[in-house]
Design a protein around this ligand. Sequence first.
Ligand code: MAN
Ligand code: CA
Length: 200
Amino acid sequence: MLSPRLFHKILGVAFLLFPCCAQGKPAGSFPLSSFAQLPEDGIDQGFIPGFLPMVDNEVEDVIRQLEHRISRLEGVLHLEKMITESGGKIFATNGKRADFHATMKKCKEAGGSIATPRNPGENDAILYFVKSFNTYAYLGIKESLIPSKFQFLDGTQLTYTNWYLHEPSGKGEEECVEMYTDGTWNDRKCNQNHLIVCQF
Ligand code: MAN
Ligand code: CA
């Protein structure tokens, strides 16, 4: 069943990858003829505001059509190496580069956040893009006020790390963290042009 949470994630990925649609331009016609605006204000059983009332089997049919369409779109995005998943988290890239702050902005605009590995599986998911685009990526990890102590962007402690040998070494001079092409991490200045990788 398509949960609202998954639907939101898919929308975020779509906005990152297809900026045209985020600006309100139609991506093409939607094949579900029963989707139409209704001026009525009544909220009945089986009534979704803004849509024609539908009986249960019609709702199920619409969900099946949406799931089928989403899985085909996911197939395309996988083929283009633009999305991958780990533990329910979707990671996505648009294949473009930006510094740390522009990456954060881009991911936020798309309704997600900068890729932040919390375990080896998520690290591998990000590594998939770093390898396929052969470009380092910034992670959602920053140096705290204590030099060489790194934390998540919300200030919480790291519970998983994958530092390269002898890193972090910047001691207050390298506040951001990049992922190397072997998946290990290096503290680095935030102004490098790295691959944009977001999570949803
Ligand atoms: C080397 C190492 C790293 C450092 C970079 C900066 O690769 O010293 O720790 O971050 O240089 O360019
Ligand atoms: Ca370093």
